[in-house]
Design a protein. Sequence first.
Length: 393
Amino acid sequence: MRFTVAAKDAAFLAVCQGLSFVRAGALIGASGDAVGIWWRDTVGMPTRRSHIPVPDPLRPGARPGRGLSLEERIEIQAGRRVGLSQREIARRIGRDQSVISRELARHRGRDGHYRAAVAELDAQRARRRPKPFKLIANASLAARVEEWIDDGWSPKLIAEVLERDHPDDKTWRVSHETIYQALYVQGRGQLRQDLARRLSTGRVTRRSRNGSGARGPSPFKDALTISDRPAQVEDRAVPGHWEGDLILGAGGRSAIGTLVERTTRFAVLLHLPGRHTADEVANAMIREMNQLPWHLRRSITWDRGTELADYADIQLELQAPVYFCDPHSPWQRGTNENTNRLLRHWFTKGSDLSTWDANGLRTVADKINSRPRPTLGMKTPAQALNEYLATAA
């Protein structure tokens, strides 16, 4: 005797509600063995008499949360039975089409039919089964995450790099939300508690670097402005154009100079052990950038700060024009601003930056240049720069 899909649906619903195969079969005139075989061959889910039956679909009050309710699953089943598209089903229950697509992919039976009661039971069991927390179960993964957070990587970047490096090994992949939970939710992980303080993303508040009182003539009266900068700089097609600024320490008494190449995001740090006067900044910039090949010294764009008042000397020594942003317009050197925010992981606000020596700055520069960047297709700035240098050679 052949049974229709509707008859099998009725038997499966009875099993999901807690009936045995024999009693479910009796409802449609089939044997218990037949129902058991259908269940095994169609659903593929083991049965347990101790499971919690699905709730009554007429029970008022839908289950809270993002997951689909039984009522929504019944609508999906009905829509599929009459041939509605996933888009139309999604519109009827007020969900995104991707939700319907994932639901069908997870819970469609081996015979190609979707059954609401079976999907609900499967979802209940998935919610109830014990799931070991990944950063507890994999100590090596936790150690790698800790190492990268210590180097200033964000949880989102860590998750993306793990997915890139381990596309076929899910034991070595973790979401950024899991990392945040391991840091902030009690009992959710074994990461060091002090790591949470390493994730500060507070933006740098820009303040005037000039004291009050009368000011002399502007040192930038005859300087090139950003409006004079050629279009080649803007489109980032050719490396060699840099953006720069100072990161200030407590009270503005100490500083570190930062230069970032616009195309590769490669960073150079300027050691300023004394006062960050115009001559000291110029000397440090000339010293560091003279180590670069000439085709990587095409231009420099700087904030309109008096620390670069000796820009004429810089232009002469480096044979590169210096362009200045408009007043109070830090977004005109957005690449440098973003890099400075990342560098604050090491050069924290309110700290004395004069404690950093040249070797320490080189270590930080190596770390920031070894950090994968989504904007570079997950390459590091060092890789991007080396690729350009190899091509130029």
